[in-house]
Design a protein around this ligand. Structure first.
Ligand code: BG6
Length: 516
């Protein structure tokens, strides 16, 4: 296949790329669980990175709140270690000196009122008021979900979110474990925080290429007229991971693939592809449209789920030449575990734009390689003019690569040069890395999301009704699978593309997975 039919595009010569700067008010971020895995691997290296790129204001403080006893100095040592280990760029001593002065530590228990009083005193002592006179405090809850009720209650009781404090709250997933628990959690938060203060994080929305889905669809006029049931045959979304569950057995045994990936990351991708044009780029305009998509996804009963949803669990196999063990042999996993690590399913969105267009979703651990991709499969031309002479009949296809290849590729058919009449498939493409190399910086998801929270922009965060609507879609699947016999697990080999039933799901419709 010919790769590109013309030179790859570069940034327009008329368009000067200037780094964007934002005016961020002085703030204090309190990280609950500031010594935990997420903090050490992601949050603290990201904050350091933001400091290095001069995206933080002169005045800010980061206070870790966790149970172990340590001094500020000891905490700084721990953060330094994490930054050196997990930040992808080179370590800069001068930048570190600057950053570390902003780090503090408070030891305390999440259920102990006295600890919150201590925290409150420390914030008063350290934090500088923003221009409005209040102290802007961002509470980042990087803790397992069972701590959340205690934390909300104590924050409210100790007046850490009102009066002298202007608070925002960042909550990590999982947000509840079904619709009812998510609604209960939302109700609990609502006692202390207004919706405008709540940032429910989904790191997928921080990915450049995921944000680009909106730009691609609504900043160009050529695709939107085709973006409907008249021209689109079906859509495929694949989120394949080659890693297993790593050391998250306790979490994963309870969660499984549907709670871990489908309810959040995949539903976000689906909504960005399927939503109607928002009336503006403000957070609520976009979130309104996404919620409408969730509410129009066809409800699933037991018979539908048995027919159109496929579960799988990985067995031993080999990935990139390395032997890996099966799920049931992972550390701390029950030898007869029924937890699914693979999901494939057919969804319909019952509205005017998408009626009867299937959306095939597939995700799994320990698959052949790491790839996240959306492919839009257009219908065949109405008349097959070239039917009799052409062996390759590939309909137009638009591939939106999220990772590892961040690209947009349009597959089209052209005449192969020569005296014959051969139709030939070629690609027209834009690749972020190749085409903009050196000209732009790719922020990591957390960089973008933390900055947005500091700026007070909720566009890339889930709203309460969105979260509950996403749960309402997947709850019946989880329930059905909990209450019916699983297929013989393991039913796919590590390093494959999942169980055979996932292939059959498409074959029965005369289609196949693009990546297979
Ligand atoms: C997380 C899931 O939300 O996303 C993990 O809990 C998964 O199980 C991860 O591995 C995938 O994220 P990414 O950015 O590596 O695709």
């Amino acid at each position: 296949m010919i790769d590109n039919i013309s030179d790859t595009p570069t940034a327009s010569p008329f368009c000067e790329l200037k780094p964007e700067r934002f005016n961020i008010e002085p703030f204090t971020m309190v990280i609950f669980g500031g010594t935990g895995d997420l903090s050490r691997r992601k949050l603290l290296p990201t904050l350091y990175h933001l400091c290095h790129d001069q995206n933080l204001p002169d005045e800010y403080s980061i206070i870790a709140f966790a149970s172990s006893t340590r001094t500020d100095e000891e905490y700084r040592d721990l953060v330094k270690e994490s930054v050196e280990k997990f930040d992808e760029g080179p370590f800069h001593e001068a930048c570190w000196e600057n950053f570390s002065r902003h780090l503090f530590y408070v030891s305390g228990n999440f259920d102990d009122v006295e600890s919150y009083k201590k925290l409150s005193g420390r914030i008063e002592e350290i934090a500088r008021p923003a221009s409005g006179g209040k102290r802007e405090v961002i509470y980042y809850l990087a803790v397992p979900p069972h701590f959340l009720p205690d934390i909300f209650e104590r924050l409210s009781f100790c007046k850490l979110c009102s009066g002298r404090f202007e608070a925002r709250l960042i909550v990590e997933k999982p947000f509840g474990h079904d619709r009812a628990s998510a609604a209960a959690l939302n109700g609990l938060i609502a006692k202390t925080f207004e919706e405008r203060q709540i940032y429910r994080i989904d790191h997928y929305l921080g990915k450049e290429t995921v944000q680009n889905l909106l730009f691609f669809r609504f900043a160009n006029s050529i695709f939107e007229p085709l973006w409907n049931r008249r021209y689109i045959d079906h859509v495929q979304i694949t989120v394949a991971e080659s890693i297993g569950i790593e050391n998250r057995a306790r979490f994963y045994e309870k969660a499984g693939v549907v709670r871990d990936i489908v309810q959040n990351h995949m539903m976000q991708l689906l909504a960005l592809i399927a939503m109607e044009p928002p009336i503006g780029f403000e957070a609520d305009h976009i979130r309104n449209e996404k919620v409408k998509v969730y509410r129009t996804i066809r409800g699933m009963d037991g018979a539908y789920i048995d027919k159109y949803a496929v579960r799988g669990q990985y067995g031993a196999g080999s990935i990139n030449g390395m032997d890996v063990s099966g799920y049931r042999n992972e550390k701390d996993i029950a030898p007869d575990s029924r937890t699914p690590t693979f999901f494939a399913g057919k969804f319909f969105i019952d509205n005017w734009r998408w009626a009867d267009v299937p959306f095939y979703l597939r995700t799994g651990k320990r698959m052949k390689k790491r790839v996240t991709e959306i492919s839009i499969h257009f219908k065949q031309p109405p008349l097959r003019l070239f039917k009799s002479i052409c062996e390759i009949r590939e309909p137009n296809l638009l591939v939106l690569g999220v990772q590892p290849h961040e690209e947009i590729v349009l597959h089209i058919g052209v005449k192969h040069p020569g005296i014959g009449n051969q139709l030939y498939p070629v690609n027209m493409g834009f690749n972020y890395e190749k085409d903009l190399q050196g000209e732009v910086h790719f922020p990591l998801p957390y960089e973008r999301l933390l900055l947005d929270c500091m700026k007070g922009d909720q566009t890339l965060f889930a709203r309460q009704d969105g979260i509950e609507a996403m749960w309402a879609i997947v709850d019946p699947i989880i329930e059905r699978w909990d209450n019916t016999d699983a297929p013989e697990f393991p039913n796919y080999v590590s390093g494959s593309w999942g169980p055979d039933d996932a292939d059959r799901l498409l074959e029965e419709d005369g289609r196949q997975w693009r990546i297979a």
